[in-house]
Design a protein around this ligand. Structure first.
Ligand code: ADP
Ligand code: MG
Length: 240
């Protein structure tokens, strides 16, 4: 579903992604861990065309993102993204936040988009918040709306960039619960997270990044119980 080959990314002189090779299969859940500044967000953004690639190849759902002929909008429709900060439209009701893109980008009829939005709100436990404004919601509720909004585009792949990092501890669980539900439904997911318990529980594979490189990749058991690389051992020593 995703194939990254020798991906390099520079910001000016700074080399932030170095020869990244990564393959993600359909229905796979991959968590990306690593210290701050190691390039995790940039890698995720390269998978969704939010960042341009300096060199190398990124293929998502058969679309080569480095090919200028690629239909960018099609790729963006296929790939849902949830950020650390919810980025909901503050002046629009929850239901409008969710139906906006399906109506205007996917050209879904309003009634159909709204019905689907109610289903998604039910799924994330917020059916009664459809008419609320984002400002009336807690952080955890906003993030669950953000997930529903991403799902409304019926993506085949979901990218999460530290979706719980900006939340108060008591709200982390409700968001992780929604994400766990998605993994059980077979969604293909790439999740950048500092939630090691979550990574251990739901990942098929964990990718450890440091200084723009993938240093080690393996099953949760391999990564947590039998880390090979010194840098991974040091990182785990700090976060566990
Ligand atoms: P992480 O998500 O692992 O914390 P990032 O991918 O955000 O790391 O950042 C990797 C490096 O790239 C950092 O040194 C950061 O300062 C730099 N960087 C990220 N985004 C930009 C940008 N838009 N312009 C310049 N430098 C950036
Ligand atoms: Mg980041």
């Amino acid at each position: 579903m995703i194939r990254v080959e020798k991906l390099n990314k520079y910001f000016g002189q700074q080399h932030v992604l170095k020869d990244i090779d990564l393959e993600i299969k359909e229905k796979e859940v991959v968590c990306v861990i690593g210290p701050s500044g190691s390039g995790k967000s940039t890698l995720l953004r390269c998978l969704n065309l939010l960042e341009s690639v300096t060199s190398g190849k990124v293929v998502v759902n058969g679309h080569d993102l480095t090919d200028p002929g690629t239909n960018v909008n099609q790729v963006r429709t296929d790939v849902g993204m949830v950020f650390q900060h919810f980025e909901l439209f503050p002046h629009k009701k929850v239901i409008e936040n969710i139906t906006l893109a399906p109506i205007h980008v996917r050209k879904v009829a309003r009634a159909e988009a709204e019905q689907r939005a109610y289903e998604l709100l039910t799924k994330v436990g917020l059916k009664d918040k459809a008419e609320s404004y984002p400002g009336e919601l807690s952080g955890g509720q906003k993030q669950r709306v953000a997930i529903a909004r991403a799902l409304a585009m019926e993506p085949t792949l979901m990218l999460f960039d530290e979706p719980t990092s900006a939340l108060d501890p008591e709200m982390v669980k409700e968001v992780l619960e929604v994400m766990k539900q998605l993994t059980r439904e077979g969604m293909t997911m790439v999740v950048v997270t500092h939630e090691m318990g979550f990574a251990r529980e739901v990942s098929d594979r964990i990718v450890f990044m440091d200084q723009g490189m993938i240093i080690e990749t393996g099953s949760p058991v391999q990564i947590f119980s039998n880390p090979q690389h010194e840098r991974l051992k040091t990182f785990l020593g700090k976060v566990l």
